[in-house]
Design a protein. Sequence first.
Length: 184
Amino acid sequence: MDEIETRLAARLSSLRAERGWSLDELAKRSSVSRASLSRIENGDVSPTASVLGKLCVAFGVTLSRLMQMVEDDFAPLVGRTAQEIWTDPETGYRRRLVSPTSKNLSGEVIEVEIDPGKRIEYAGTPRDGMEHHLVLLEGELFMEIDGQSHKLNAGDCLRYQLRGASVFQTPKHAGARYHLFIVA
């Protein structure tokens, strides 16, 4: 297990403990099995993007906030080599944390790469109305946000307030690379 997966396992365990939830309680709130939660927290398996999405909804945090150690202060410059990358073991989806969250900053920036012919679904949002600005840098991307469909081409920007489920899908002939600006 690499450092980011070890930190993620510890973060999930601490979030559950902070709330005083048992594994059974978190399983009910997230629709992720107790056994899977235990294996994830123990670092036996790496969670998929879908499972992380469910856990973020249960905890009421963004995926980036979950992925990053919460700092009392922030460094103004985040060099590319310091930007953490996480890869979904199920879909190969790659997420680079360009500008991590902090207690003192309300926004974050991530860069995402999705290979051709992939579909990533999130069942809900950690906070109703969370503001997103997605700028497609390369490729094509089909999105469904709160039941409304959008087709994005390179250079397009989709701005929305997330209130429910979302789907990110690439066509079989093209992947996608985008920046997502999230205002928490």
